[in-house]
Design a protein around this ligand. Structure first.
Ligand code: UTP
Length: 472
């Protein structure tokens, strides 16, 4: 195959891919215009071919990821109501006020199940104002900054496919009142998707490489790539949250405080599973280390096992809120320990792609992608903790368009929570048999983050006698 390119570095690039048995990427070369040719070469240039070939060699023909061999045990968990928690919250607030804690939002997912046009964070969730997830987080962060009297830097991890839209969103909305100097939007890395039989790089159309993001573990890789940024701002620990859970308490002073108090390297919130078949990963103790085991990897017996009080033994469900010690993942600042490596997993997915001059749209998974998981670093921690969170206060994910974990269930969870706060603040709330208030409630996260703050705010204002209740 002869591909004509002028520049010496382009010639070398093309030769490298031809030698690596990836010549099919140039099948449509003659039909591409000069801009498309340039784009293809730029995409090829982004691929670390040696690294990709190593991943392909390691994974093709190997079994899918094995369940861990050791026997899991339920992990120790700091339970709700533990007296250590409120003391720790003070410690967390103090670390936040000293500027030692950064916040990282994971917003690089594709959000296929929700099917919203645009980044998932631009989904209008709130029932009265139509406030988006991004605005909800930004305003919650403004409130937290006010509580601690200091700026709290926020990193937002996008992926190349939603990066520009996310940047424009924040510019157009003036960062929802945050200082732009405190918001850093960075894309995670992408890797090419490959064909499962021969390891050929797939294309999403003639001359266009099919890439996919490197998974939520990309957050660790992103911190490692931008370590200087984090260090320069004086950050020592990072709180991570996901774009699909509006209830994650941003910068969570309680989790931060427990993490610091216990000298933990990786701390996580967990909600108690009540249904053995709920499809969330669970925290397990494996020998000396903690680990998250996928729902499907836990045996039937363990999944259904119950403690003497009737609670599920393996109930600590992962809700992806963590506090991570930077020295742990970066290697310490003296350089005496190296940055943690992130293992790659292989996922099979069905995707429409262009190969051998035709579209492929099989019903079966027809592609392999490589991804990393943020919790893969957990078993490497010398000390890690799991802290129980009340599901109704901290977890209301927006994953699916309809049904469970959808915008509707997330809004309902917010309604129930805000109704609880109103009741705690001394107001009666009429509810239906499912606990949903009869009047729509919305409370601005910019000013109120819990029942005490609401009670204080309401001491200066009257609630409307009827209709929706908007407190802002
Ligand atoms: P999900 O596993 O729910 O994936 O991500 P998703 O891409 O958002 O949605 P589906 O599966 O296509 O419907 C959980 C969290 O991890 C982030 C997501 O943005 C979300 O906050 N994530 C996931 C990343 O930041 N990068 C990734 O590569 C994957």
């Amino acid at each position: 195959m002869k591909i004509h390119v002028e520049a010496a570095e382009d010639q070398a690039l093309v030769a490298k891919f031809l030698e690596a048995d990836q010549g099919h990427l140039f099948d449509d070369w003659e039909t591409l215009d000069s801009l498309q040719k340039r784009r293809l070469l730029d995409d090829l240039n982004r691929i670390d071919l040696g690294f990709l070939q190593q991943l392909i060699r390691d994974h093709l023909g190997s079994d899918p990821d094995h369940p861990p061999i050791a026997t899991p045990a339920p992990p120790p968990m700091i339970e709700l109501g533990d007296p250590a928690r409120s003391l720790a919250t003070q410690e967390g607030l103090s670390a936040l006020s000293k500027g030692e804690i950064g916040v990282l939002l994971l917003a690089g997912g594709v959000g296929t199940r929700l099917g919203h046009a645009g980044p998932k964070g631009s989904y209008p969730l709130l029932p009265i104002s139509g406030m988006t997830l991004f605005q909800f987080f930004a305003e919650s962060l403004l409130r937290r900054q006010k509580e601690v009297g200091a700026a709290i830097p926020w990193w937002i991890m996008t992926s190349p496919s939603n990066h520009e839209d996310t940047v424009s969103y924040f510019q157009e909305h003036d960062y929802h009142g945050l200082s732009s100097a405190d918001v850093t939007i960075l894309p995670q890395e992408e890797l090419p998707v490959i064909d499962p039989r021969r390891g050929r790089i797939l294309r999403k159309g003639p001359g266009q490489i099919l890439f996919s993001p490197d998974g939520h573990g990309g957050a660790i890789r992103l911190i490692q790539r931008h370590a200087e940024d984090f260090r320069k701002r004086g950050i020592r620990h990072v709180y991570t949250h996901q774009v699909d859970n509006p209830l994650s308490p941003i910068g969570d002073p309680e989790l931060v405080g427990l993490h610091l108090h216990q000298g933990s390297q990786f701390s996580s919130k967990a909600v108690s599973k009540t249904d053995p078949d709920e499809k969330v990963g669970v925290f397990c103790q494996m020998g000396e280390h903690l680990r998250i085991i996928e729902y499907s990897e836990l045996g039937d017996e363990e999944r259904h096992r119950r403690d003497s009080d009737g609670e599920l033994s393996f109930r600590a469900g992962n809700v992806a809120m963590h506090v991570i010690d930077l020295d742990f993942i970066l290697g310490d600042s003296t350089g005496s320990s190296p940055a943690l490596p992130m293992p790659f997993h292989m996922a099979q997915k069905q995707v429409r792609h262009w190969l051998d001059n035709e579209w492929h749209e099989e019903e079966q998974p027809n592609s392999l992608r490589f991804e990393t998981f943020i919790f893969d670093v957990l078993p490497l921690a010398k000390h890690a903790i799991v802290v129980e969170a009340a599901r109704e206060n901290e977890f209301a994910p927006v994953k699916n368009r309809e049904g469970s974990d959808s915008p509707e269930t997330s809004r309902q969870a917010l309604q129930r929570l805000w109704a609880n706060w109103l009741e705690e603040a001394g107001h009666s709330v009429e509810r239906d048999s499912e606990g949903l208030p009869s009047r729509t409630i919305e409370i601005s996260p910019r000013i109120i983050g819990d029942a005490q703050q609401l009670a204080k705010h309401l001491s200066n204002m009257e609630l409307p006698a009827e209709g929706p209740i908007l407190i802002q």
